[in-house]
Design a protein around this ligand. Sequence first.
Ligand SMILES: CC(C)(COP(=O)(O)OP(=O)(O)OC[C@H]1O[C@@H](n2cnc3c(N)ncnc32)[C@H](O)[C@@H]1O)[C@@H](O)C(=O)NCCC(=O)NCCS
Ligand SMILES: Nc1ncnc2c1ncn2[C@@H]1O[C@H](COP(=O)(O)OP(=O)(O)OP(=O)(O)O)[C@@H](O)[C@H]1O
Length: 202
Amino acid sequence: MTATGNTRVIGIIGPPCSGKSTVARQIESMGGVWLDADKIAKEQLTRSDVIDALVREFGAGVLLDDGTLSREKIADLVFGSSDESKARLKTLESIVHPRTRQEIRTALQAAREHHAEYVILDVPLLLESGWQSDCDEVWCLSVPPDRHHALLAARGWDRDELKRREKRQLPWGEKRRRSDWVIENDGSIEELTKKVRDRLGR
Ligand SMILES: CC(C)(COP(=O)(O)OP(=O)(O)OC[C@H]1O[C@@H](n2cnc3c(N)ncnc32)[C@H](O)[C@@H]1O)[C@@H](O)C(=O)NCCC(=O)NCCS
Ligand SMILES: Nc1ncnc2c1ncn2[C@@H]1O[C@H](COP(=O)(O)OP(=O)(O)OP(=O)(O)O)[C@@H](O)[C@H]1O
């Protein structure tokens, strides 16, 4: 019996491109419900009330020609090192986080009511946003730097892109210390998914 009845809630954190989705898909294949905060947050940015609020706050320059939001332009506005950037990130979070939190809460409750064996809380800002208390355990992905930069490059990200976002998060040393299990993603994908199965005794 876990802290949350039959359902075992596993929080997953890790840098972009560190293997979180790969781990989440593995648990999903074993009867898990995957709650992907980045995906839910992305969906919020397609809502007209959110688009209107962000244009009011940041100006019409955040819009693409088709009237949708440019994620790249918003990223440039919020992930800079200036005080203005920090304030803009807080404004963005004040608009997106409450809606994202509500969607995750609703889905988490539904998964419990349906007695899902696992819920994967795939929330990059899990510790920063206070989700740890909802988890039976927190897993933190760790990737060797060279491999990580290769995986990021495949997505078109360089070290600077990673660094400017990490500056707005808790240091990785603290995140690893606060996690119940640090998963070294230093082998093949098969080795990563085997580590997960072994951990869950499957
Ligand atoms: C600024 C936005 C539009 C940039 O979109 P983009 O497609 O480039 O990035 P994406 O959303 O895929 O996020 C990728 C990674 O960036 C980092 N990141 C995203 N938001 C934040 C934030 N508020 N603080 C610190 N890091 C962040 C995380 O490591 C995340 O995994 C987007 O990140 C956003 O809306 N962020 C605010 C909502 C949020 O906090 N999302 C994180 C959910 S835990
Ligand atoms: N051990 C590995 N060997 C080879 N490729 C890997 C390995 N782990 C992850 N990858 C690949 O790296 C990419 C990123 O992995 P994944 O999507 O699981 O990371 P993530 O942390 O969920 O990324 P993000 O949250 O930023 O979307 C994927 O293409 C995945 O197939």
